[in-house]
Design a protein around this ligand. Structure first.
Ligand SMILES: NC(=O)c1ccc[n+]([C@@H]2O[C@H](COP(=O)([O-])OP(=O)(O)OC[C@H]3O[C@@H](n4cnc5c(N)ncnc54)[C@H](OP(=O)(O)O)[C@@H]3O)[C@@H](O)[C@H]2O)c1
Length: 232
C-alpha cells in the first residue's frame, strides 16, 4: 500500500496517519503532508516507510517539492486522501477577498492540483482510490450555517470536482469519491462551533475514512456520501 494523506499534522489527518501506520506492512509507503509536522516527527515505531513532508499545499513551490519527494520514493500511488482543510467563520458582509482565496486555495485548488500532479502515479495502481474529505456543509440540501458561506461553498466545489473526475477518469483504474462528514471533535470544529461537543472523535472518523479508502474504491465511483450522526 502506498498512501498519501494531506492535513496530517493534527485532527482527523493525524489520526488517519496512526491508523495507516498500524495497518502498514514492510515496503508500504505512507506520505503525511502538513505545514506543521512536529507531531508526525515524534512517530518512531513503524514497520513501513513513513515520510512526513512539511508543505503548505497552497504554496506552489512547496507543493511541487512535495510531489517530487513522493515521485522519488515510489512508482505508484494506491490511495490519496485529500483531507487538509481550512475554515473561516465570518458573516457574509465581513468576508474579504483574501478569505475566499485562502479557503478555496486550500479546499478546492490544492486537491485539484495534487490530483493533477499525481495522475500518472495513481493510474499505475490497479486499486487507485482518491477520497476527497468534504463536509455536510457542502452537501446539497443539508443544513447550512451563518458564517460558513465560503467554507461550505468550497466543500461543495470539491464535491462537484469528485463527480467530474469520476467521469473524466472512467477509462483509467482510478476511482474518486467524496465523504461529506459531519461534526467531529477537532480544533476546526471548536473554531466553527465553540461550546459544541461532537459525538464523534477524530480517531473514530479516521477509522471510517481509512476503511472506506482501502475497501470501497472497488464498489463505487463518483459518489458523494454523507457521513453524519447529527447536524452540525
Ligand atoms: N471536524 C469537523 O467537524 C469536520 C466537519 C466536516 C468536515 N471536516 C473536514 O475534515 C478535514 C479535517 O479537518 P479537522 O477537523 O481534522 O481539522 P483540523 O484539526 O483543523 O486539521 C486540519 C488539517 O489540515 C491541515 N492544513 C490546513 N491548511 C493547510 C495547508 N495550507 N497546507 C497543508 N496542510 C494544511 C492542518 O495542518 P497544518 O496546520 O499543520 O498545516 C491540519 O492538519 C478538513 O477537510 C475539514 O474541512 C471536518
Amino acid at each position: 500500500m502506498n498512501i498519501i494523506i494531506t492535513g496530517a499534522g493534527k485532527g482527523i489527518g493525524y489520526s488517519l496517519v496512526l491508523k495507516c501506520i498500524a495497518s502498514a506492512k514492510e515496503g508500504d509507503n505512507i506520505f503525511a503532508i502538513s505545514r506543521n509536522i512536529d507531531q508526525l516527527l515524534l512517530i518512531r515505531e513503524h514497520a513501513c516507510n513513513f515520510h512526513a513532508i512539511k508543505c503548505d499545499i497552497t504554496n506552489s513551490l512547496q507543493l511541487n517539492h512535495a510531489i517530487d519527494t513522493i515521485k522519488k520514493q515510489c512508482n505508484e500511488i494506491d490511495f490519496l486522501i485529500n483531507n487538509a482543510g481550512c475554515l473561516i467563520n465570518k458573516s457574509f458582509n465581513e468576508i474579504e477577498i483574501e478569505d475566499i482565496d485562502k479557503v478555496f486555495d486550500t479546499n478546492f485548488k490544492a486537491p485539484f492540483l495534487i490530483i493533477k500532479e499525481l495522475y500518472g502515479l495513481l493510474s499505475r495502481s490497479k486499486i487507485a482510490h482518491i477520497v476527497n474529505v468534504s463536509s455536510m456543509g457542502g452537501f446539497q440540501g443539508a443544513a447550512k450555517f451563518a458564517g460558513l458561506s465560503v467554507y461550505s461553498s468550497s466543500k461543495a466545489a470539491l464535491v462537484c470536482l469528485t463527480e467530474c473526475l469520476a467521469e473524466e477518469f472512467k477509462s483509467s483504474t482510478i476511482k474518486v469519491n467524496a465523504l461529506c462528514i459531519g461534526a467531529v471533535e477537532t480544533e476546526m470544529l471548536s473554531n466553527a462551533f465553540p461550546n459544541y461537543k461532537a459525538p464523534i472523535t477524530s480517531e473514530q472518523m479516521a477509522e471510517f475514512i481509512f476503511q472506506f479508502t482501502c475497501n470501497n474504491g472497488r464498489y463505487m465511483n463518483g459518489k458523494v456520501i454523507p457521513v453524519a450522526l447529527t447536524t452540525p
